[in-house]
Design a binder for this molecule. Sequence first.
Ligand SMILES: [Fe+2]
Length: 156
Amino acid sequence: MTRRKFMLASGVMAGIAAVAPRVLGAEKPEKQGGTKLSRFGDVVVPQEHEGKEKHVPYIQAPAKVKAGEPFMVTVIVGKDVPHPNLIEHHIKWIQVYAKEEGERPVVHVGTFDLGPTYAQPNVTVPVILKKSSTLYAIEYCNIHGVWDNSVKVVVE
Ligand SMILES: [Fe+2]
């Protein structure tokens, strides 16, 4: 029996054929494993799911700024109703992104990794924009997941 005939008879080739498309990248990423690929946006909690503990990040930024001049952006989680800040339930991190109008991709502005009980989920970062943009804030509660918000800033 030749090596090829042995492999065909034993089913080894069938196994290789089943694995090869994934290894070679022939299978489309959105169908890996035979199921549609989930997107990160799918796990962001919709704002309308807000409960008594406030998770939607409040973004404090001027509505209009001058091109190239720094301004302060503050993100607060629990502005009106404080979110718990305990080891077992706290805001772990806050991230800020900016996206200029048009086709440019979103850019990372800052990440704030917060320690429970000592750090408050209230962060401020100086920002410089060249064009009108949307600022995004996302935050992670270790119990209730990822929440987001956005504001537009016009650059004059
Ligand atoms: Fe929470």
